[in-house]
Design a protein around this ligand. Structure first.
Ligand code: CA
Length: 423
């Protein structure tokens, strides 16, 4: 079987070189069509969504449990396991190849199975079982540490020994395009004597990648590097919206709670681990060497470019406020998963792990407004004199991500969210 990222692999469907969805990608999502199709599983190819339930009707897909594609979430398909994921992906790739007449020359099947992207609504692609958020960018943790504790105590003593994380809320993970209401909470600026309950004044984003866990692990068992890797179904872009003023007052001593519980946005397409395979790179050297249960034998980072735009209501074009790369992460997704299970914590199909804010070494690579505006002390100018320290009502935040191949890109589309006023 040809490797799915063979040079020259192309589809009979016309795909622009800068499209996020060439045949090398084939990400999974959940869509409904304007004609009333109930939400079900599809694959993005160029400007189309491939309807897998329709495509499978004549047995062409080779998946015996076809019902998994009629579900309004990817969980049933993910539960079938990595061998089925891989086989299905290979078969879809084969059916979309330019030199395969099966679908290409069958107008009736093509019309049924290919839905123009412009005619679909994209939904949350999975039922999120649990949401855990990590804190794995050394640059981000250092920036935040310098801001609040000074240069000499920037990293907490535990940081270089394990991926730090907390258990977040699955109930408020939303798909791109969902409006985000400014949260209310307890605020106590340093100057105030007592807290008040009011709309957050320091609303922020955090640029992250989300890992979608596609296989369970039993309670009481640890994971090897290989087991952890094989549980990863794919990745999405994730915006971990954060209320900095609520966070500052509430986080002692148990960490973030309401400051991050009001919304987490993800991109609608899950890019599979397999599609990212050609873009695997080594992460930063880990010194001190992690404890044996966290050691990894292979490169588990990805060369994945990320870009954040901020559009204020008075500005037509989004201003780019960050350009960074997922490859900078100190702790890999595989290490996060190994650590997560290390106490015996069971993992479920549909668990979502946030990578932690992805910042890089340069100033323009900071993945949150907290860092970009240095805790509100250095406002940034978007355009035409419009300045920001934190997000205002009506602002839209757009994150994009892609891996650049030779003549194609494996992209994630975008995750967008617009802030609406507190009630
Ligand atoms: Ca976060």
């Amino acid at each position: 079987m040809p490797h799915s990222n063979d040079l020259g692999l192309r589809s009979f469907i016309e795909v622009a070189p800068n499209s996020d969805f060439p045949i090398q990608n084939l990400p999974y999502g959940v869509f409904s069509a304007r004609d009333g199709t109930a939400p079900r599983v599809g694959v993005a190819i160029g400007d189309y969504v491939l309807d897998l339930w329709e495509l499978g009707q004549d047995g062409r897909l080779g998946v015996s449990q076809l019902d998994v594609f009629a579900a309004p979430m990817l969980n049933p398909f993910m539960a079938l396991g990595p061998k089925v994921w891989s086989r299905t992906r290979a078969r879809i790739s084969e059916l979309l190849r330019h030199d395969n007449p099966e679908l290409r020359d069958n107008a009736a099947s093509r019309d049924r199975a290919l839905v123009p992207m412009a005619n679909v609504t994209l939904h949350l692609p999975l039922a999120v079982s649990g949401y855990t958020d990590f804190y794995s960018s050394r640059e981000h943790a250092t920036n935040v540490g310098v801001m609040f504790r000074g240069k000499d105590n920037a990293l907490q003593p535990n940081w270089l020994h394990m991926p730090i994380g907390y258990n977040g809320r699955a109930s408020t993970v939303v798909v791109s395009g969902t409006k985000v209401r400014r949260p209310r909470g307890q605020l106590k600026p340093p100057s105030a004597e007592l807290p008040s309950f009011a709309p957050c004044k320091r609303l922020d984003f955090e640029l992250e990648m989300g890992v979608v866990v596609g296989q369970p692990s039993p309670i009481g068992e640890m994971l090897t590097e290989k087991q952890a890797e094989e549980m990863i179904f794919g990745f999405v872009i994730l915006n971990d919206w954060s209320a900095r003023d609520i966070q500052q007052w509430e986080y002692v001593p148990l960490g973030p709670f309401q400051a991050k519980a009001f919304a987490t946005s993800i991109s609608p397409w899950i890019v599979t681990r397999e599609a990212l395979e050609p873009f695997r790179v080594h992460g930063p050297v880990q010194d001190p060497t992690p404890l044996p249960y966290l050691q990894q034998a292979q490169p588990n980072n990805y060369d994945l470019q990320l870009d954040v735009g901020l559009r204020a209501p008075s500005i037509r074009q989004a201003a780019n406020i960050c350009r960074t790369n997922f490859k900078y992460m100190y702790w890999s997704s595989v290490q996060q998963l190994m650590h997560h299970a290390s106490s015996g914590c069971a993992m479920n199909v549909g668990d979502l792990l946030g990578s932690g804010t992805i910042s890089g070494p340069d100033k323009h690579q900071r993945g949150s407004l907290l860092e970009i505006s240095w805790n509100g002390t250095e406002p940034i100018e978007l355009s035409g004199g419009v300045k920001r320290t934190f997000l205002e009502d009506g602002d839209s935040l757009v994150m994009r991500g892609w891996c650049q191949g030779d003549g194609y890109r494996v992209g994630f589309g975008e995750v967008e969210g617009t802030i609406v006023a507190a009630e």
